[in-house]
Write a protein that binds this ligand. Sequence first.
Ligand code: ATP
Ligand code: MG
Length: 331
Amino acid sequence: MTKRIFSGAQPTGNLHIGNYLGALKNWVALQHEYESFFCIVNLHALTVNNDPKQLLERTRDLVRFYVAVGIDPEVSTIFIQSDVPEHAELTWVLNCVARVGELERMTQYKDKAKKQQENVNVGIFEYPVLMASDILLYQTDLVPVGHDQKQHLELTRDLAIRFNRDFGETFRIPDAFIPKVGARIMSLSDPSKKMSKSDDDAGSRILMMDDADAVRRKFKRAVTDSGTEIRFDESRPAIYNLLEIYHLMTGKSQQEVEEHFAGKGYAQLKGDLAEATIEFLSPIQQRVKEITDEELDALLERGRAKASNIASATLANVYQRIGIARAPSRA
Ligand code: ATP
Ligand code: MG
C-alpha cells in the first residue's frame, strides 16, 4: 500500500519563508513518493484572535500558495479542514483519551497562553488533540513539519498507541519528518525565537508575498551578532540563521556559502541574501496571482471529496470500536 503523508498550515497570517523552508518545501519534494494530503487547518486558526472576513481570505490565499510553491493538485489532495467535519468529531473522542497533564506539558500551549493572556481559550489547550485527529484520520505514515511541531507529533503517537491498546488496532502510528536544515528558521529581530506568522513584530519575518523593497528592508534591519566573521557558527545564532536562509535559497553548500562571504562584511551578507530571496520568491508570487477562483473552488471540492472518503471510514471504525453507532443518515 502506498504510504501516506499528511500536513497542514494555519491561515493565521501570511506564509513566511520559515513555513516554506521548514515544511512546504518538503511537501513538494515528497508528494510523488507518497499519497499526500495537505490541509488548510482553519479550525486551528480559531484559537487566536479571529477576524472572520480575514480568516476566509487567508484560507483561500493559503490554498493559492500551496499550489504556487509546487504542490500539484492533480497528484496531492488539498483541502480545508472545516470541509471535513470528521476532524472535529474525532477530536472529541481523542479528548477522552488525552490527559490534561500531558497537554499541560506542551510548550506551544504555554507560549501561546503567555502571549495572549486576555484570551487563553480552551482551543489553544486542545490544539494538539485536534492536530492528532487531523493526522490519524488519514492513517498517515509521515508528517513533514518544522521542529516546533515535534512535541505535538509525539503526543499524536502516544494517543494513537493508547487508543489502539485500549480498543484494538485502529490507527497507523505516524512518524515526524523534520528536515536536518531549515526546520527552525529564526526571527530576524530575535534569533532566540522561531520566525512566526503570529509574531507581533512584522519585521521579524519575510513573507512569501513580500515585495523586493520589503525583503531588502527587513534583512537590512535584521539583528546580527558581535564579531565580524561570516561562517556557520552555532554560538552566533543571528548570523547562523541568515547563512542558513542563504544556503537554502541558493542551493549552495555550506562551504560554498562561507567561501562566498570570506572577507566580506555583514552589509554584503544582508544585501546578497535579499537579492537571492527576491529571485527565489518572484516566480512563486507570479503563480499565486495566476490561480483563478474557479480553479481554486474546483480543486478544493475534489480535495474535500477525497479526504472525506478516508476520514469517514476511519471515524466509522473508531465509533464502532468505542461503542458508538454512526448515524445512518451520515453514512
Ligand atoms: P503561528 O505563529 O500562527 O503558529 P506559524 O508560523 O508557526 O504560525 P503554522 O501554520 O503554525 O505557522 O505552521 C505551519 C508549518 O510551518 C508547520 O509545519 C511548522 O512546523 C512550520 N514552521 C512554522 N514556523 C517555522 C519556522 N520558523 N521554521 C521552520 N518551520 C516552521
Ligand atoms: Mg505555529
